[in-house]
Design a protein around this ligand. Structure first.
Ligand SMILES: Cc1ncc(C[n+]2csc(CCOP(=O)(O)OP(=O)(O)O)c2C)c(N)n1
Ligand SMILES: [Mg+2]
Length: 388
């Protein structure tokens, strides 16, 4: 039994007797927001993380990589070469600043942060295949990473459980889970956070508040002023960070890792914005104004970081066009490799959950095969995209 449980057994003691009926209100809460570089590019040199010049340049390269990857994915989707794609433009600092802290043995549960996977060595080809609906692609995600959490929030209890396992093994690594603002409106997220807080597991929850859950704005989906404050209900310390400031994100997450390693789960709300559509199937202009988008376009995380690099004299060593060309080449090669991926038989649908197919699924497979034998015309309705 932990100290915390023992304390809970003692009757509560009021501060004084006979006073007014007082409430705990969110309006009394001060939720700190961490920022190191202002939107105007101002900063205090002494608070900048102690990174070497190469790391400062690397952060820029990854942010540009994220942007180019997005642009190319949307383009190939428009050409009919991809089912759909969830864009991350605008969230580059949030994604890269957080993922840059992850150590090789850490576990990562993924949300809208594809580049975090690339930073951990997953090839772009596999992300293209994933968005083509090819589940095998996720096999390469699996090395210390979760698969992409399509069921919103469902990975939070798994992340808490993974961290619990680390705690039991007295491991040195941590579990980091990405989630979105919308995910915090699902019950399962609260179960996961509760577990993490109650068991005090080494879990770091990184919530990208990109202001929308598809068309639902943050202001309408919760009565809470911030997402960070929700973590308090589970005994988890929390902070808000300016998600357009890559150095602030990096700094906050690095500090959080230390806390997490001491056995204190942490929740970080990264305040950012999804500049493009939720996915390529969505039209954001049906639920938000161009003025709002424009205001966030002007709060561009890459531009803010560039102004920092200029002030530090690091910009001269960066060849932006060469980075873009390099990422485009990488994407071309990844796309060619994805196109080489062999077409699969429809039976593949049944193949990847169980090592040995249970009787009910075997029955369904047989029924499906018989149906296709009797109705070969049905093949026309099965969307086997050419070459993957
Ligand atoms: C359990 C569940 N409900 C609904 C959906 C449909 N859906 C997909 S993404 C999404 C919104 C998620 O919003 P948020 O958590 O803010 O993440 P974001 O997409 O903004 O990164 C919804 C409702 C789903 N995938 N899973
Ligand atoms: Mg969101």
């Amino acid at each position: 039994m932990t100290d915390r449980q023992r304390t809970d057994l003692t009757p509560p003691e009021p501060e004084s007797y006979g006073g007014p009926v007082e409430y705990l209100s969110q309006d009394d809460l001060r939720v700190p927001t961490h920022q190191l570089v202002t939107p105007d590019g101002e900063y205090d040199e002494s608070s900048i993380p102690d990174l070497d010049d190469e790391a400062f340049r690397d952060l820029y390269r990854w942010m540009v990589s994220d942007r180019v990857f997005n642009r190319r994915m949307v383009k190939i989707q428009r050409r009919g070469e991809l089912g759909t794609f969830g864009t991350t433009r605008g969230q580059e600092a949030s994604i890269v600043g957080s993922a840059y802290t992850i150590a090789p043995d850490d576990w990562m549960y993924l949300g809208r942060a594809w580049t975090a996977m690339f930073m951990r060595g997953v090839p772009m080809r596999d992300m293209i295949l994933f968005w083509r609906g090819i589940e095998e692609s996720q096999q390469s995600f699996a090395e210390h990473n979760s698969q992409v959490a399509i069921a919103v929030g469902a990975h939070l209890p798994l992340a808490a459980g993974t961290a619990w396992g680390m705690d039991i093994r007295d491991a040195d690594e941590i579990t980091m889970a990405y989630l979105g603002d919308g995910a915090t409106s699902t019950g399962v997220v609260h179960e996961g956070l509760n577990l993490a807080g109650a068991l005090e597991v080494p879990a770091l929850f990184f919530c990208q508040n990109n202001q929308y859950a598809i068309s639902m704005p943050f202001s309408e989906q919760t009565g809470a002023n911030t997402i960070a404050q929700k973590a308090l209900g589970y005994g988890i310390d929390a902070i808000r960070v300016d998600g357009q400031d890559v150095l602030a994100v990096y700094d906050a997450v690095m500090e959080a890792r230390e806390r997490v390693k001491r056995g204190e789960p942490v929740f970080i709300e990264s305040v950012t914005y999804r500049l493009d559509a939720h996915t390529t199937s969505d039209d954001p202009h049906r639920y938000r104004t161009e003025e709002e988008e424009q205001a966030w376009e002007e709060n561009d995380p890459i531009e803010r970081y560039r102004s920092f690099l200029e002030s530090e004299g690091l910009w001269d060593d960066i060849d932006h066009d060469a980075i873009v060309e390099e990422i485009n080449d990488e994407f071309d090669a990844a796309l060619a490799a994805a196109n080489d991926f062999a077409e699969r038989d429809v039976s593949e649908m049944f193949a990847h959950v169980y090592e040995e197919l249970p009787p009910e699924l075997r029955r369904q497979l047989t029924e499906f095969e018989q149906f296709l034998e009797e109705h070969p015309e049905a093949y026309d309705y099965i969307d086997q995209r050419p070459k993957g």
